[in-house]
Write a protein of this length. Sequence first.
Length: 646
Amino acid sequence: MCNKKKYYITTPIYYPSANLHIGNTYTTVAADALARFKRLAGYDVFFLTGTDEHGQKIQRIAEDKGVTPKEYVDEIVSGIRKLWDIMDIKYDKFIRTTDDYHIKAVQDIFKKLYDQGDIYKSSYEGLYCTPCESFWTETQLVNGNCPDCGRPVEKAKEEAYFFKMSKYSDRLIKHIEENPEFIQPESRKNEMVNNFLKPGLQDLCVSRTSFNWGIPVKFDNDHVVYVWIDALSNYITALGYGSENKELYEKYWPADVHLIGKDILRFHTIYWPIMLMALGLELPKQVFGHGWLLVDGGKMSKSKGNVVDPVVLVDHFGVDAVRYYLLREIPFGADGLFNNETFIKKINSDLANDLGNLLSRTIAMVDKYFGGVIQSPLVKEEIDKELIDLALATPKNVENSINDLKIPEALSHIWTLVGRANKYIDETTPWILAKDEEKKERLGTVLYNLLESLRFISVLVSPFLPSTSEKIKAQLNVDVATWDSLSAFDGTQGGAKVNKGEVIFPRIDVEAKLTELEALKAESVKEEVKPSMKPLKEEITIDDFDKIDLRVVKVIHCEPVPKAKKLLKLKVDLDGEERQVISGISQYYKPEDLIGKYVVLVANLKPVKLRGELSQGMILAASTDDDSKLFTVSIPGDLPTGSQVR
Ligand code: MSP
């Protein structure tokens, strides 16, 4: 047990987004196939995935929804975990960057880097959008304006901590040159070295003060750790680095492969190794940047209406069909296209025709000619050799391809065996053998060879198509399904009985299915079109309305809520009683604009705490749909406070 070779594989940790598309699932499906293959081949595997939950964007969405960021991410993350269940992803650990042990370890990492002089305090200068409280780079702007709200941006400065990247760049260049397998595929390595490392690295901004949904810098509480130190550290904190129990860290680090999309290669092949060098830790053995999954019309985006939803595909075609397409059709390392028609045609040809038919024909013949009983191979012939030799060679071929991270090639080796077995049926013509009583033993041998080839196939496909593998094994009545059992062509037991089952991949009517999917897409696009006015809410009676106690109040004091840039704390007078109200209107009003104003308060709303501050009611305001404009509802005259609004 202890001598098992270890294999530590990671996916990126995902941003909590409600709609992960088929492109997002690609990294995780590929990593899962690799992890499952290594487990099968006898490695001690640790497969890590998780979620990257901090940042201004999350804070803003949560504020808009009126929930805390943690409440917001909790819900999304549970959806992501469900998606991984649907995609049959078998991970060993799911890390969340909001996990306590991660937060503590990141704080310690940050402090260590600061104490040893790799992190220093300075200021960050950029283009700032005040209403959105966001810094942007020149290239992110749209027509010179904020890409989120379209309003003008202005140059601004913010105090921030920086990581001295350049200090380590020569060491990193040397490491990359001495370890050609470190960045893969090769083309991406050249891009990193020539475009980023050689021209010289900028120091990296690693903290922010303009939002607070992040890990607080331990020794300077106005700052939160900004993005990459928090996110990248997950690969070691998940193993217990920085905590009491470092057993997993000691066992599994360094990672054998970080599997990521090409968009985040720079962070993984430059910032991450430099962070590790600064911490005095070993570097991962390999970072593999896969290509982009494109759809007709280019990148997937909601506005183009071309987002492919993995759950819909799984509903219609089953999880293994989706896994097969991603793993077989997308050249690993390069961009690939997802298209419904090619997808369905591939299911029909490779899964229904080649694999499905091989299984159903074989089982049907064993059933018909031998009442389902598996015969021992008694009459061998020269013609069997080619099939048996290919079956015995295939595991090694698959293993070699996987070791080179060539997943489509690995599957193609398996399908060569599937094809060879189908050809063997045509060559040996069992239905003719069946007509001759004297050929009964030869017929039994032919069927044995087919069953045994299928046993090989069922084991070999298990990392890629786990549930199909189980279905095949059940029909074959396979007992031995280990990797080692593929070293001899004799695992199938004569005398046992096959279990005729359902067709594993029914043929799909391409035209009909495409029409069905098109209709579905049209439906979802329709749903997404924004109505010009929000639909009116359900009708209520005057008694319902009467339950709401609306009162005129006067704002007597107003100040910002520290660290919550959208919120203002108002003190209002309600007929002599002072109330405190927290209102998310600081983008639209300065405190001094509100003092003295008569506004309308929902006075009988249950008090709540917002950012730790008590809010006793809600100020009424009207705003545009996109929140670009907002006005409080105010009373132009001097009605006494406490007057009812009816
Ligand atoms: N949170 C960061 C990663 C931090 S890792 C320390 C992140 N998250 S993400 O949710 O945006 O992306 C997760 C993965 O999905 C990445 O590997 C990304 O490359 C991948 N993909 C997103 N869209 C994709 C396609 N259209 N095609 C293939 N992969 C794509 O980045």
